[in-house]
Design a protein around this ligand. Structure first.
Ligand SMILES: NC(=O)c1ccc[n+]([C@@H]2O[C@H](COP(=O)([O-])OP(=O)(O)OC[C@H]3O[C@@H](n4cnc5c(N)ncnc54)[C@H](O)[C@@H]3O)[C@@H](O)[C@H]2O)c1
Length: 314
Protein backbone atom coordinates (compact mmCIF):
# COMPACT_ATOMS: atom_id res chain seq x y z
CA UNK A 1 0.00 0.00 0.00
CA UNK A 2 1.33 3.44 -0.89
CA UNK A 3 2.32 5.59 2.09
CA UNK A 4 0.17 8.44 0.78
CA UNK A 5 -3.02 8.99 -1.24
CA UNK A 6 -4.43 5.51 -0.81
CA UNK A 7 -8.18 4.99 -0.35
CA UNK A 8 -8.69 3.92 3.28
CA UNK A 9 -11.89 2.68 4.89
CA UNK A 10 -12.31 3.39 8.60
CA UNK A 11 -15.11 1.41 10.24
CA UNK A 12 -16.28 3.19 13.38
CA UNK A 13 -14.65 6.35 12.02
CA UNK A 14 -17.17 8.66 13.71
CA UNK A 15 -16.10 7.45 17.16
CA UNK A 16 -13.41 8.74 19.51
CA UNK A 17 -10.35 7.06 17.98
CA UNK A 18 -11.89 7.28 14.49
CA UNK A 19 -12.33 11.07 14.65
CA UNK A 20 -8.65 11.46 15.55
CA UNK A 21 -7.43 8.83 13.07
CA UNK A 22 -9.39 10.29 10.14
CA UNK A 23 -7.64 13.63 10.71
CA UNK A 24 -4.20 11.93 10.69
CA UNK A 25 -5.06 9.93 7.55
CA UNK A 26 -6.20 13.08 5.73
CA UNK A 27 -3.02 14.84 6.91
CA UNK A 28 -1.00 12.05 5.23
CA UNK A 29 -2.89 12.61 1.98
CA UNK A 30 -5.07 9.49 2.11
CA UNK A 31 -8.64 9.43 0.79
CA UNK A 32 -10.96 8.39 3.60
CA UNK A 33 -14.30 6.58 3.69
CA UNK A 34 -16.06 6.13 7.03
CA UNK A 35 -18.58 3.36 7.69
CA UNK A 36 -20.37 3.93 10.99
CA UNK A 37 -23.87 3.22 12.30
CA UNK A 38 -23.57 6.09 14.82
CA UNK A 39 -24.41 3.71 17.69
CA UNK A 40 -22.01 5.72 19.87
CA UNK A 41 -20.07 7.89 17.40
CA UNK A 42 -21.11 11.34 16.24
CA UNK A 43 -21.19 12.54 12.65
CA UNK A 44 -20.38 16.10 13.83
CA UNK A 45 -16.91 14.85 14.86
CA UNK A 46 -16.23 14.68 11.11
CA UNK A 47 -17.96 17.97 10.21
CA UNK A 48 -16.16 19.91 7.50
CA UNK A 49 -13.70 17.11 6.70
CA UNK A 50 -13.35 15.84 3.09
CA UNK A 51 -14.53 12.33 3.98
CA UNK A 52 -17.10 10.03 2.36
CA UNK A 53 -19.44 9.15 5.22
CA UNK A 54 -21.60 6.05 4.91
CA UNK A 55 -24.14 5.49 7.65
CA UNK A 56 -24.41 1.72 7.96
CA UNK A 57 -23.78 -1.38 10.03
CA UNK A 58 -20.89 -3.84 9.80
CA UNK A 59 -23.49 -6.59 10.30
CA UNK A 60 -25.02 -5.69 6.91
CA UNK A 61 -23.09 -8.17 4.70
CA UNK A 62 -24.15 -6.71 1.34
CA UNK A 63 -23.25 -3.18 2.40
CA UNK A 64 -19.87 -4.30 3.80
CA UNK A 65 -19.04 -6.15 0.57
CA UNK A 66 -19.95 -3.09 -1.45
CA UNK A 67 -18.11 -0.57 0.74
CA UNK A 68 -14.86 -2.54 1.10
CA UNK A 69 -14.39 -2.72 -2.68
CA UNK A 70 -11.94 -0.13 -4.00
CA UNK A 71 -10.06 0.40 -0.74
CA UNK A 72 -6.34 -0.34 -0.31
CA UNK A 73 -6.52 -0.37 3.47
CA UNK A 74 -9.07 -0.83 6.24
CA UNK A 75 -8.86 0.22 9.85
CA UNK A 76 -11.50 -1.76 11.70
CA UNK A 77 -12.53 0.22 14.78
CA UNK A 78 -16.31 -0.37 14.79
CA UNK A 79 -17.20 -2.46 17.81
CA UNK A 80 -19.12 -2.94 20.97
CA UNK A 81 -16.34 -1.23 22.88
CA UNK A 82 -16.60 -1.97 26.58
CA UNK A 83 -16.76 -4.58 29.33
CA UNK A 84 -20.06 -3.26 30.81
CA UNK A 85 -21.85 -3.46 27.43
CA UNK A 86 -20.60 -7.01 26.97
CA UNK A 87 -21.85 -8.03 30.43
CA UNK A 88 -25.26 -6.48 29.73
CA UNK A 89 -25.64 -8.20 26.34
CA UNK A 90 -22.97 -10.82 25.54
CA UNK A 91 -24.78 -12.01 22.42
CA UNK A 92 -24.86 -8.54 20.87
CA UNK A 93 -21.19 -8.06 21.85
CA UNK A 94 -20.34 -11.30 20.03
CA UNK A 95 -22.36 -10.40 16.94
CA UNK A 96 -20.79 -6.96 16.50
CA UNK A 97 -17.22 -7.86 17.48
CA UNK A 98 -16.94 -11.36 16.03
CA UNK A 99 -19.45 -11.59 13.16
CA UNK A 100 -18.85 -7.94 12.24
CA UNK A 101 -15.10 -8.61 11.97
CA UNK A 102 -15.71 -11.79 9.99
CA UNK A 103 -17.91 -9.81 7.57
CA UNK A 104 -15.03 -7.43 6.89
CA UNK A 105 -12.49 -10.21 6.47
CA UNK A 106 -14.78 -12.04 4.05
CA UNK A 107 -15.30 -8.85 2.05
CA UNK A 108 -11.51 -8.29 1.92
CA UNK A 109 -10.95 -11.90 0.87
CA UNK A 110 -13.41 -11.50 -2.04
CA UNK A 111 -11.72 -8.25 -3.11
CA UNK A 112 -8.26 -9.79 -2.86
CA UNK A 113 -9.40 -12.68 -5.10
CA UNK A 114 -10.63 -10.14 -7.66
CA UNK A 115 -7.58 -7.98 -7.73
CA UNK A 116 -4.80 -10.45 -6.96
CA UNK A 117 -3.50 -8.08 -4.35
CA UNK A 118 -3.81 -7.87 -0.64
CA UNK A 119 -5.86 -5.19 1.03
CA UNK A 120 -4.37 -4.33 4.42
CA UNK A 121 -6.60 -4.54 7.50
CA UNK A 122 -5.68 -3.21 10.95
CA UNK A 123 -7.85 -4.62 13.73
CA UNK A 124 -8.43 -2.62 16.93
CA UNK A 125 -8.02 -4.98 19.86
CA UNK A 126 -7.28 -4.41 23.53
CA UNK A 127 -5.61 -6.04 26.51
CA UNK A 128 -9.00 -7.54 27.45
CA UNK A 129 -8.14 -10.85 25.66
CA UNK A 130 -5.22 -11.30 28.11
CA UNK A 131 -7.63 -10.94 31.05
CA UNK A 132 -6.16 -12.43 34.20
CA UNK A 133 -2.60 -12.72 32.91
CA UNK A 134 -0.10 -10.88 35.12
CA UNK A 135 1.27 -7.64 33.62
CA UNK A 136 3.05 -6.55 31.58
CA UNK A 137 0.81 -7.48 28.67
CA UNK A 138 2.90 -9.02 25.91
CA UNK A 139 2.09 -10.53 22.53
CA UNK A 140 3.21 -14.04 23.54
CA UNK A 141 1.22 -14.59 26.76
CA UNK A 142 -1.71 -16.99 26.55
CA UNK A 143 -5.02 -15.07 26.46
CA UNK A 144 -7.19 -15.68 29.57
CA UNK A 145 -10.17 -13.32 29.12
CA UNK A 146 -12.39 -12.51 32.10
CA UNK A 147 -15.18 -10.68 30.25
CA UNK A 148 -17.30 -11.37 27.15
CA UNK A 149 -15.65 -8.26 25.63
CA UNK A 150 -12.23 -9.92 26.12
CA UNK A 151 -13.55 -13.09 24.52
CA UNK A 152 -15.05 -11.31 21.51
CA UNK A 153 -11.91 -9.24 20.88
CA UNK A 154 -9.85 -12.43 21.19
CA UNK A 155 -12.04 -14.10 18.57
CA UNK A 156 -11.64 -11.05 16.30
CA UNK A 157 -7.85 -11.28 16.70
CA UNK A 158 -7.96 -15.00 15.95
CA UNK A 159 -9.95 -14.52 12.73
CA UNK A 160 -7.55 -11.79 11.57
CA UNK A 161 -4.58 -14.10 12.13
CA UNK A 162 -6.38 -17.06 10.56
CA UNK A 163 -7.21 -15.09 7.40
CA UNK A 164 -3.54 -14.20 7.11
CA UNK A 165 -2.54 -17.84 7.70
CA UNK A 166 -5.08 -19.26 5.25
CA UNK A 167 -5.25 -16.63 2.48
CA UNK A 168 -2.29 -14.30 3.18
CA UNK A 169 -4.53 -11.36 3.92
CA UNK A 170 -2.51 -8.37 5.14
CA UNK A 171 -3.97 -8.30 8.64
CA UNK A 172 -2.37 -6.70 11.71
CA UNK A 173 -3.78 -6.80 15.25
CA UNK A 174 -3.08 -3.84 17.53
CA UNK A 175 -3.88 -4.19 21.23
CA UNK A 176 -4.54 -0.65 22.40
CA UNK A 177 -3.77 0.46 25.96
CA UNK A 178 -6.15 2.85 27.70
CA UNK A 179 -6.60 5.57 25.07
CA UNK A 180 -7.48 9.17 25.98
CA UNK A 181 -7.76 12.46 24.12
CA UNK A 182 -10.14 14.84 22.30
CA UNK A 183 -13.47 13.55 20.90
CA UNK A 184 -13.93 11.10 23.79
CA UNK A 185 -16.89 12.75 25.56
CA UNK A 186 -19.25 9.85 24.79
CA UNK A 187 -16.85 7.06 25.85
CA UNK A 188 -16.32 5.12 29.09
CA UNK A 189 -12.71 6.38 29.24
CA UNK A 190 -11.77 7.21 32.83
CA UNK A 191 -9.98 10.37 31.66
CA UNK A 192 -13.16 11.54 29.90
CA UNK A 193 -15.18 10.68 33.00
CA UNK A 194 -12.87 12.69 35.27
CA UNK A 195 -12.96 15.73 32.93
CA UNK A 196 -16.77 15.58 32.78
CA UNK A 197 -17.00 15.05 36.57
CA UNK A 198 -14.95 18.19 37.23
CA UNK A 199 -16.96 20.27 34.76
CA UNK A 200 -20.32 19.01 36.08
CA UNK A 201 -19.85 18.83 39.83
CA UNK A 202 -16.34 19.95 40.74
CA UNK A 203 -15.50 16.48 42.12
CA UNK A 204 -14.16 13.19 40.73
CA UNK A 205 -15.63 9.77 41.33
CA UNK A 206 -13.12 6.91 41.50
CA UNK A 207 -14.43 3.34 41.02
CA UNK A 208 -13.16 1.06 43.80
CA UNK A 209 -10.07 2.00 45.84
CA UNK A 210 -8.28 3.76 42.96
CA UNK A 211 -5.20 1.56 43.30
CA UNK A 212 -5.97 -0.33 40.07
CA UNK A 213 -3.46 0.56 37.33
CA UNK A 214 -3.69 1.31 33.62
CA UNK A 215 -1.34 2.21 30.77
CA UNK A 216 -2.63 5.50 29.36
CA UNK A 217 -1.79 6.34 25.75
CA UNK A 218 -2.57 9.65 24.08
CA UNK A 219 -4.75 9.18 21.01
CA UNK A 220 -2.32 11.01 18.69
CA UNK A 221 0.44 8.47 19.52
CA UNK A 222 -2.01 5.61 19.11
CA UNK A 223 -3.15 6.83 15.68
CA UNK A 224 0.48 7.11 14.54
CA UNK A 225 0.88 3.42 15.39
CA UNK A 226 -2.23 2.59 13.35
CA UNK A 227 -0.83 4.49 10.36
CA UNK A 228 2.52 2.71 10.62
CA UNK A 229 0.78 -0.67 10.81
CA UNK A 230 -1.36 0.21 7.80
CA UNK A 231 1.56 1.39 5.69
CA UNK A 232 4.05 -1.31 6.74
CA UNK A 233 4.40 -4.71 5.07
CA UNK A 234 4.20 -6.63 8.38
CA UNK A 235 1.21 -9.00 8.42
CA UNK A 236 -0.25 -11.74 10.62
CA UNK A 237 1.22 -10.14 13.74
CA UNK A 238 -0.10 -8.85 17.08
CA UNK A 239 1.33 -5.68 18.68
CA UNK A 240 0.85 -4.11 22.10
CA UNK A 241 0.37 -0.36 21.59
CA UNK A 242 0.70 1.58 24.83
CA UNK A 243 3.44 3.40 26.78
CA UNK A 244 4.79 0.77 29.24
CA UNK A 245 4.05 3.27 32.05
CA UNK A 246 1.79 2.00 34.85
CA UNK A 247 -0.39 4.69 36.46
CA UNK A 248 -2.89 4.18 39.30
CA UNK A 249 -6.34 5.67 38.93
CA UNK A 250 -5.64 7.83 41.99
CA UNK A 251 -2.45 9.20 40.36
CA UNK A 252 -4.48 9.89 37.25
CA UNK A 253 -7.12 11.73 39.31
CA UNK A 254 -4.37 13.93 40.78
CA UNK A 255 -2.96 14.66 37.31
CA UNK A 256 -6.36 15.60 35.90
CA UNK A 257 -7.00 17.90 38.87
CA UNK A 258 -3.63 19.54 38.23
CA UNK A 259 -4.19 20.21 34.51
CA UNK A 260 -7.73 21.41 35.21
CA UNK A 261 -6.30 23.81 37.79
CA UNK A 262 -9.13 22.98 40.15
CA UNK A 263 -9.18 21.72 43.71
CA UNK A 264 -11.75 19.03 42.93
CA UNK A 265 -12.65 16.57 45.70
CA UNK A 266 -12.41 12.79 45.21
CA UNK A 267 -15.42 10.54 45.87
CA UNK A 268 -15.32 6.72 45.82
CA UNK A 269 -17.87 4.48 44.07
CA UNK A 270 -18.17 0.68 43.89
CA UNK A 271 -15.48 -1.33 42.06
CA UNK A 272 -16.40 -2.33 38.49
CA UNK A 273 -17.36 -5.92 37.68
CA UNK A 274 -14.85 -8.02 35.66
CA UNK A 275 -12.33 -5.17 35.82
CA UNK A 276 -8.65 -6.04 35.34
CA UNK A 277 -6.72 -4.98 38.47
CA UNK A 278 -3.29 -4.16 37.07
CA UNK A 279 -2.64 -3.44 33.44
CA UNK A 280 0.29 -2.14 31.44
CA UNK A 281 2.01 -3.30 28.28
CA UNK A 282 5.50 -4.10 27.02
CA UNK A 283 5.95 -2.40 23.64
CA UNK A 284 9.34 -3.69 22.44
CA UNK A 285 7.81 -5.51 19.46
CA UNK A 286 6.07 -2.39 18.10
CA UNK A 287 9.30 -0.45 18.54
CA UNK A 288 11.31 -3.09 16.66
CA UNK A 289 8.95 -4.05 13.82
CA UNK A 290 6.89 -0.89 13.29
CA UNK A 291 9.53 1.65 14.30
CA UNK A 292 6.92 3.20 16.59
CA UNK A 293 7.49 5.05 19.82
CA UNK A 294 5.00 6.95 22.01
CA UNK A 295 6.00 10.62 22.25
CA UNK A 296 3.38 12.43 24.30
CA UNK A 297 3.75 12.50 28.11
CA UNK A 298 0.71 11.92 30.29
CA UNK A 299 0.87 15.54 31.53
CA UNK A 300 0.92 16.95 27.98
CA UNK A 301 -1.78 14.60 26.72
CA UNK A 302 -4.04 15.39 29.66
CA UNK A 303 -3.54 19.14 29.10
CA UNK A 304 -4.72 18.79 25.48
CA UNK A 305 -7.62 16.56 26.51
CA UNK A 306 -8.75 18.94 29.25
CA UNK A 307 -8.56 21.86 26.78
CA UNK A 308 -10.89 20.00 24.43
CA UNK A 309 -13.36 19.19 27.17
CA UNK A 310 -13.28 22.69 28.63
CA UNK A 311 -13.57 24.57 25.31
CA UNK A 312 -14.21 22.71 22.05
CA UNK A 313 -16.87 20.53 23.59
CA UNK A 314 -18.96 23.43 24.93
N1 LIG B 1 -10.73 3.74 23.63
C1 LIG B 1 -9.94 2.82 24.16
O1 LIG B 1 -9.28 3.05 25.21
C2 LIG B 1 -9.80 1.48 23.51
C3 LIG B 1 -8.95 0.52 24.10
C4 LIG B 1 -8.82 -0.71 23.49
C5 LIG B 1 -9.48 -0.99 22.31
N2 LIG B 1 -10.31 -0.04 21.76
C6 LIG B 1 -11.01 -0.38 20.52
O2 LIG B 1 -10.85 0.69 19.59
C7 LIG B 1 -12.00 0.76 18.75
C8 LIG B 1 -12.56 2.18 18.75
O3 LIG B 1 -12.96 2.51 20.06
P1 LIG B 1 -13.39 3.98 20.50
O4 LIG B 1 -12.83 4.20 21.86
O5 LIG B 1 -13.11 4.95 19.42
O6 LIG B 1 -14.97 3.77 20.71
P2 LIG B 1 -16.21 4.55 20.06
O7 LIG B 1 -17.44 3.99 20.68
O8 LIG B 1 -15.99 6.02 20.15
O9 LIG B 1 -16.11 4.13 18.54
C9 LIG B 1 -16.72 2.98 18.00
C10 LIG B 1 -17.44 3.41 16.74
O10 LIG B 1 -18.01 2.26 16.12
C11 LIG B 1 -19.33 2.56 15.71
N3 LIG B 1 -20.07 1.29 15.67
C12 LIG B 1 -20.42 0.51 16.73
N4 LIG B 1 -21.09 -0.58 16.31
C13 LIG B 1 -21.13 -0.49 14.95
C14 LIG B 1 -21.68 -1.32 13.94
N5 LIG B 1 -22.33 -2.46 14.25
N6 LIG B 1 -21.57 -0.94 12.65
C15 LIG B 1 -20.93 0.23 12.33
N7 LIG B 1 -20.40 1.06 13.25
C16 LIG B 1 -20.49 0.69 14.54
C17 LIG B 1 -19.84 3.54 16.75
O11 LIG B 1 -20.94 4.33 16.31
C18 LIG B 1 -18.59 4.38 17.01
O12 LIG B 1 -18.52 5.48 16.13
C19 LIG B 1 -12.97 -0.30 19.26
O13 LIG B 1 -12.82 -1.46 18.49
C20 LIG B 1 -12.50 -0.54 20.68
O14 LIG B 1 -12.87 -1.82 21.15
C21 LIG B 1 -10.49 1.17 22.33
Amino acid sequence: MSATSSPILVTGGAGFIGANLVRQLLGRGHQVTVLDNLATGKQEYLAGLPVEFIKGDILDVDLVNQVVRGHAGIVHLAAQTGVPGSLADPRRDCEVNVTGTLNLLEAVRATADDRQQTVRLVFASSNAPLGRQTPPATEDKAPLPISPYGASKLAGEAYCLAYHGSWWLGTVVLRFGNVYGPFSAHTESVVAKFCKDILAKGALTVDGDGRQTRDFIYVEDLCRAVLLALESSVSGEVFQIATSVETTILELAESVRRVAGQDAGIEYGPARQADIRENYSAIAKARALLGWEPRVSLADGLRETWRWFATARQ
